[in-house]
Design a protein around this ligand. Structure first.
Ligand SMILES: Cc1cc2nc3c(=O)[nH]c(=O)nc-3n(C[C@H](O)[C@H](O)[C@H](O)COP(=O)(O)OP(=O)(O)OC[C@H]3O[C@@H](n4cnc5c(N)ncnc54)[C@H](O)[C@@H]3O)c2cc1C
Length: 463
């Protein structure tokens, strides 16, 4: 029997995770002519937008403006937001199955990958994930401590997240004040002693994962010089031959930009950002349990099954530093009752349909980073979510949905209210948003974020 799509019995869908993938999926479902759906969008935080609020760098205001599109989705008929509800703590998958015909997981990739070298757990060695969430005011990370009295910092990785971390460490207080960075982070970064920041890439400039606009931005910081040695910026023979054989304008531009930093040299700015290529950390060294430096080995590139891989040479080096951030990728967190692929760090799925050993788990889906891993830009999640929604609509049309005991919107809300005292509706978020913007405006800043659940609840619900 196919799902009844009459107005009085819509397909009731729970979307878990109010980041880009959750919003793009909600939008596609609510605008589809093929199905009469309602969407309840959940988030563990009282606030929506996922990594657009808690990940994207504060100095990337333009990128964050994508949230206006999500706000428009929230105005569509059939949309409800339930903030402050954590799947796995406040509600279980079985709870959701009692109230919804379909469940879509869009919980993102929340934790970092490890380097697997000695010293990784020393005081002063952190994941970029934690630092990013801290400076963006994520309630679960705001109380972390980073010793910014460090003069020298090593960031392992040369992706866009590593670049974000480097920029935030190198920006001046005035540059940061123009952003929505958390107030405590602004204060602590203003008092920081950081002078030298090293970014380590295991392969060469042609393989650096950061994108060209991010690389260009590095050269535009007010009080930080970019330091790249001619040796590091020069293409190795393998990469030069690969580029000659398969010309790639973007890579050529990136390499040229990195080489232009060599020519620019030091101009006497207060901080220095050192880009190092063809090096891998082998150990984080200790001084009484605190980070004292990083041992690195120089690599050469070799071809291995059609891919360019780094291979350690005999040349080693030691970098003194007091703080280390690893930025070598994100992975998803397993959640009770949902099949997890430990190798990829994603929920087990085929084209967005959740799979277990018996095959497809009818009515359960994934989209965004928890479906395909941490890759692509915000917009990549749109096509990804739309693909999963297409599967959801196909399945609903053939009656392959969950059979909830009570699919009324009231019953779901009643359950949530019985479990979560401080449930946040979309209108509560709108109030919080307004308050944050007003508080910011009084300080000449775009926004002053609330950074604990308690102060969010107090400000909006008055409890
Ligand atoms: C540091 C950083 C900077 C970035 N900068 C950019 C950039 O400048 N430009 C760009 O295009 N892309 C950027 N990206 C990539 C972009 O943020 C991602 O592509 C996108 O956010 C992934 O969307 P998502 O919805 O899959 O996950 P997320 O954005 O992570 O959203 C997942 C949501 O699920 C919620 N959640 C998790 N677990 C639960 C649970 N158990 N119960 C309820 N809710 C839960 C989370 O609170 C979160 O709100 C950046 C990523 C990072 C990490």
């Amino acid at each position: 029997m196919s799902q009844d799509t009459q107005p009085d019995s819509p397909l009731r869908i729970a979307v878990i995770g109010a980041g880009p993938a959750g919003f793009y999926a909600a939008d596609a479902l609510l605008k589809s002519d093929a199905v009469n759906a309602t969407v309840d969008l959940f988030d563990q935080l009282p606030t929506p937008y996922g990594l657009v609020r808690a990940g994207v760098a504060p100095d990337h205001a333009k990128i964050k403006s994508v949230t206006r599109k999500y706000d428009a989705t929230a105005q569509l008929p059939g949309f409800r937001f339930f903030g402050n509800v954590r799947l796995g703590k406040d509600v279980s998958v079985d709870d959701l199955k009692n109230h919804y015909h379909q469940i879509l997981y869009t919980v993102g990739a929340q934790v970092d990958r490890k380097l697997g070298i000695p010293g990784e757990d020393l005081n002063g060695s952190h994941s970029a994930t934690e630092f990013v969430a801290w400076y963006n005011g994520h309630p679960d990370y705001r109380d972390l401590k980073f010793d910014l009295s460090a003069r020298s910092v090593v960031i392992v990785g040369v992706g866009n997240v590593a670049v974000d971390v480097a920029r935030i460490l190198c920006r001046t207080t005035d540059e940061l004040r123009e952003t929505d960075i958390a107030d405590y982070a602004l204060e602590q970064l203003a008092a920081s002693n950081v002078e030298d920041v090293y970014m380590l890439g295991r392969r060469g400039p042609a393989q650096a994962a950061f994108t060209n606009p991010e690389a260009k931005e590095l050269g535009e910081m007010e009080d930080a010089d970019i330091v790249v040695s001619a040796r590091d910026a020069t293409l190795d023979d393998l990469s030069a031959a690969a580029l000659a054989e398969h010309p790639d304008r973007l890579t050529e531009k990136k390499v040229a930009m990195i080489q232009s930093f060599v020519d620019k040299g030091l101009t006497g700015k207060r901080k220095r950002l050192h880009l190092r290529f063809l090096v891998s950390p082998t150990e984080i060294t200790s001084d009484n349990g605190n980070v004292a430096g990083v041992d690195i080995v120089h690599n050469k590139l070799v071809e291995d099954g059609g891919r360019v891989r780094p291979k350690a040479t005999d040349e080693t080096e030691h970098l003194d530093c007091q703080l280390v951030f690893r930025s070598v990728g994100y992975r998803g967190l397993a959640l009770d009752g949902i099949p997890f692929d430990d190798w990829t760090g994603t929920f087990r799925n085929e084209d967005g349909r959740i799979m277990d050993d018996q095959g497809w788990r009818v009515g359960e889906y994934a989209a965004g980073w928890i479906k395909r891993g941490p890759s692509g830009v915000i917009g990549t999640n749109k096509a990804c979510a739309q693909d999963t929604v297409a599967r959801m609509i196909e399945d609903a049309a053939t009656g392959k949905t969950l059979q909830p005991a009570d699919s009324s919107p009231e019953a779901a809300e009643e359950l949530l209210r019985s479990r979560v005292a401080d449930l946040f509706a979309w209108s509560d978020w709108e109030k919080l948003d307004k308050l944050e913007t007003e508080r910011g405006a009084s300080l000449g800043r775009p926004r002053l974020k609330f950074t604990t659940r308690e102060e969010m609840v107090e400000a909006v619900l008055g409890t």
